[in-house]
Design a protein around this ligand. Structure first.
Ligand code: BG6
Length: 492
């Protein structure tokens, strides 16, 4: 089990302490991520995984539940041997609340490993982050080697996010804080950096002179699942745009950092966020659309409306949002960035489409339309890059052409299992690389822009447009005047 399959660097000994250790995220993402890194030989069995939970632990049940989410690289359930190795690393510790008296068990457990570095993973609502940090500090559990991972959402507006940050910073320094956005751990998202900054081909075409518009879409077929309470307070804008979509936008739009170093990359992302054109009471009406799903049929299954899903008679929360955003700088002057995301859409897919400008002059006699080039970066469910280019149709009798994709499929090209986002991100925390984590000023800038939008929504009293589950959202139904852009290249 602990055999080193690849030649990985050694991380030394460490603890990962997960607060909210019996939460959905821990079972679905954090434990499987650590398990896979262990299977791959990247982390040793000698690390400690400490799951902190509020209730009296029923260890047998918890173990069964952890195992249920563990699969080996070939997709089969974890074998007994694989499971035993992982199970040995886990300890379940109860702490009823974030107070020093309740951290005694945690304290005595961690005291047995004075030389281990400790990563504290806060997988609880962010309202608890301040209290947990305070109690850890009071127990003397934080030192220069400690790190803290913060799950989103960090607050629900600029003020609450700043407040949480202030509380965290009383216990941890900024270089110890890892604000996670799992989209940045996706292989295809990281490949954006390589695509843009390792290929000369795109260097001189990545700007308003060559690009007509950029579309970033995260479409989900799922509804709100078991997260009604959280989701109804957030909505699509805060749940997806404030973090994932804005981060994707930053990677697509930022200037090249002069070296690949955490702060250099984050400085460039920050500049993009600061250059986002603020929304106003007028511009939200033409540049945003929000919607909420009603009953419908998603891939052959009849599903409830949002209101039925959350068990309420009414709610103003949006489950779909589309935004036309602009970045006011030299590179992107007047290039629209379309950001779209929604729940209960026709199907699940995420992609970034770079739409190049049309050819200015057509030399071909037939004058058939020359479609513009597109670079399509498919993030999920498949990981693929396509460059759509005009190609001659073979045969005599003059030039005829049509758009054809030059395609690179990640799975075909690399023929190995792609690590899940959380695997990469957790390893980066362990090795102390903050490049893929948001710095506080980035988060602030994202909130500042989002607030121009939420405030303008309030001011203009913009209402949700209802859309049927299983469709492409409000674009399929009635739109506000001036928002027909929403259907632009919306893919089938
Ligand atoms: C989470 C959101 O951050 O991302 C969820 O809270 C959403 O609502 C999820 O479903 C989407 O992630 P992925 O990786 O499945 O696209």
């Amino acid at each position: 089990m602990s055999k080193k399959v690849k030649d990985f660097e050694s991380f030394g000994q460490f603890n990962v302490v997960v607060f909210g250790g019996d939460g959905d995220l821990a079972f679905r993402k954090i434990y499987p991520a650590l398990f896979h890194r262990m299977l791959d030989g990247q982390i040793e069995e000698s690390f400690n995984l400490v799951a902190v939970i509020r209730k009296e632990p029923n260890i047998e049940l918890l173990r069964q539940k952890v195992r249920q989410f563990l699969y080996s690289a070939d997709g089969k359930p974890a074998s007994d041997k694989q499971w035993e190795g992982f199970n040995k690393a886990i300890s379940w510790i109860q702490a009823e609340s974030a107070e020093v008296v309740h951290y005694a068990k945690l304290f005595s457990f961690l005291s047995q490993f004075p030389d281990y570095r400790t990563i504290f993973y806060f997988s609880t609502p962010s309202s608890a982050f301040g209290a947990i940090s305070k109690a850890l500090k009071a127990c003397g559990l934080i030192n220069e080697q400690s790190k803290v991972v913060l799950e989103k959402p960090l607050g629900n507006n600029l003020a609450s996010s700043n407040q949480i940050n202030t509380e965290i910073r009383q216990a941890f320094a900024e270089h110890q804080v890892y604000r996670i956005d799992h989209y940045l751990g996706k292989e295809t998202v990281q490949n954006l950096m390589v695509l843009r900054f390792a290929n000369n081909l795109f260097q001189r075409t990545w700007d308003s002179a060559s690009i007509d518009n950029i579309q970033i879409t995260v479409s989900e077929s799922l509804g709100v699942e078991q997260r009604a309470v959280y989701y109804d307070q957030s909505g699509a804008l805060l749940d997806m745009v404030q973090n994932h979509l804005l981060q994707l936008l930053c990677l697509v739009a930022m200037e090249p950092p002069h070296v690949l170093a955490a702060d250099e990359v984050r400085n460039e992302k920050l500049k993009v966020l600061k250059a986002l054109r603020p929304m106003t009471g007028d511009s939200v009406l033409t540049d945003t659309v929000k919607g909420q799903y009603t009953r419908g049929n998603v891939q052959g299954v009849q599903v409830n409306s949002y209101l039925e899903d959350i068990g309420k008679y009414q709610s103003k929360t949006e489950t779909f949002v589309a935004i036309r955003a602009y970045i006011d700088n030299f590179r992107w002057k007047n290039v629209p960035f379309y950001l779209r995301t929604g729940k209960r859409m026709k199907k699940r897919y995420s992609e970034i489409v770079i739409n190049f400008k049309e050819m200015e002059h057509n030399i071909f006699p037939a004058k058939e339309k020359l479609n513009n080039n597109k670079l399509i970066i498919r993030l999920q469910p498949e990981e693929r890059i396509e460059l759509i280019q005009m190609t001659k149709i073979p045969g005599p009798g003059g030039y005829r052409y049509k758009p054809i994709a030059l395609s690179l499929d990640y799975m075909d090209s690399f023929k190995e299992r792609l690590p899940e986002a959380y695997e990469r991100l957790l390893i980066d925390v362990i090795r102390g690389n903050q490049t893929l984590f948001m710095r506080h000023d980035e988060l602030q800038a994202a909130w500042q822009w989002i607030e121009t939008l939420t405030e303008s929504w309030k001011q203009s009293q913009q209402a949700n447009i209802l859309y049927e589950a299983g469709t492409w959202g409000p674009g399929d139904t009635i739109l506000n005047p001036g928002t027909s852009w929403i259907t632009k290249s919306w893919r089938d």
